[in-house]
Ligand binder design. Structure first.
Ligand SMILES: Cc1cc2nc3c(=O)[nH]c(=O)nc-3n(C[C@H](O)[C@H](O)[C@H](O)COP(=O)(O)OP(=O)(O)OC[C@H]3O[C@@H](n4cnc5c(N)ncnc54)[C@H](O)[C@@H]3O)c2cc1C
Length: 318
């Protein structure tokens, strides 16, 4: 990013080491780290601007809901259609100014760069060990976590896997089992990504399990989706916060649940049940006909499944 070296910028780690709250903060990057830290600083009282698309991989209905939450929190979001929205950075007195692709200028006392993390494989001379990396520097592994050198395994962020701590742990387990197995091991251990959950710890949380509608279509599914607004979820009503929604992505041919997505208080907790449902191959009818405890946010799973039968959202009891 042109001009980055001319300012004293923060990472997600150094931002957490600040001992004083900056008056204002510009965050470059609308991914999960950028969103979580932008909202944290806004809630602490800083004037926050985010430069970059908010939740670019989330379901569009939910990303839109989060935009509205950020607006309520007083966070300015500068979103443009270019992939690299921030085009230039420079000092302006005591402040930092970020220029955007469309010519806008965003100013703040501090700058946080949250544009994603890359593998630091440059200095490892992996070529000498015949370990291939991809064009972005991530170590290439097969399904058994084995690199191009059959005696070397890799796991976690460096292997280009989804960047979650539980994925790193599962990949590490598979790598260790395979590395220590007898040569004749018939079925190597592998990570099964079916129903993989993800949580953005904003308030409310943005969480998902399994495939988005776009991912399902890209994989060739004929899919059917329903979106339930939180104003039809009793738990959200009693909490007086109906901002958000739950979306169900279903294989139209088999009725099987492919993905569950939510913007809601406790959305991350809903995803455990969602992951079980996807992994077990449950259909939307199974979900609609399975018990859901009343006055929990997780009841939204049963209610949204009911929308495939009847357009009226129906809680068990309200
Ligand atoms: C701000 C933030 C919030 C996050 N929140 C969540 C969350 O809520 N939930 C979640 O699941 N995930 C979260 N993640 C992602 C998660 O932290 C990573 O996916 C996970 O840590 C990956 O584990 P890893 O072991 O592959 O890599 P790391 O945890 O990065 O560990 C790699 C280690 O290797 C060391 N190292 C690097 N180069 C060398 C070298 N040349 N020689 C020796 N050692 C080296 C590093 O110092 C580091 O200790 C978050 C990430 C960030 C940045």
């Amino acid at each position: 990013m042109a001009g980055l070296e001319s300012v004293d910028w923060l990472t997600s780690t150094t931002a957490m080491e600040l001992t004083e709250l900056p008056k204002s903060l510009v965050v470059i990057g609308g991914g999960y780290v950028g969103m979580e830290q932008a909202q944290l600083f806004a809630h602490l009282g800083a004037r926050v601007s985010v430069v970059g698309r908010l939740a670019p991989h989330a379901e569009p209905e939910l990303a839109q809901g989060l935009r509205e939450v950020f607006a309520d929190d007083g966070i300015t979001v500068v979103e443009e259609h270019a992939t690299a929205v921030a085009t230039g950075i420079g000092p302006h007195g005591q402040d930092v100014v970020v220029s955007t692709a469309s010519g806008a200028q965003v100013r703040g006392a501090r700058l946080l760069v949250a544009t994603g993390r890359f593998a630091r494989t440059d200095g490892l001379d992996l070529a000498a060990a015949a370990v291939d990396v991809d064009e972005r520097g991530f170590v290439v592994v097969d399904e058994s976590q084995r690199t191009s050198n059959p005696r070397i395994y890799a796991a976690g962020d460096v292997s280009g896997a989804p960047q979650y701590v539980y994925v790193a742990a599962a990949g590490g387990r598979a790598a260790a089992l395979n590395a220590l197995a007898d040569d004749g091991r018939a079925t190597p251990a592998r990570v099964d990504y079916t129903g993989l959950p993800a949580v953005v710890f904003t308030r409310p949380q943005l969480a998902s399990a399994g495939l988005t509608e776009d991912e399902a279509l890209a994989r060739g599914y004929v899919c059917d989706c329903r979106v339930l607004g939180l104003s039809d979820v009793p738990r959200a009503l009693v909490q007086h916060d109906t901002r958000g929604a739950v979306k169900l992505v279903v294989d139209a041919t088999t009725g099987k649940v492919l993905g569950v997505h939510a913007l809601a208080d406790g959305a991350g907790e809903i995803m455990l049940a969602a992951t079980y449902a996807i992994k077990a191959g449950m259909t939307v009818d199974d979900l609609a006909d399975t018990w859901a405890p009343y006055l929990t946010m997780a009841e939204s799973l049963r209610i949204v499944a009911g929308l495939f039968r009847n357009q009226m959202p129906t809680s068990c009891c309200a």
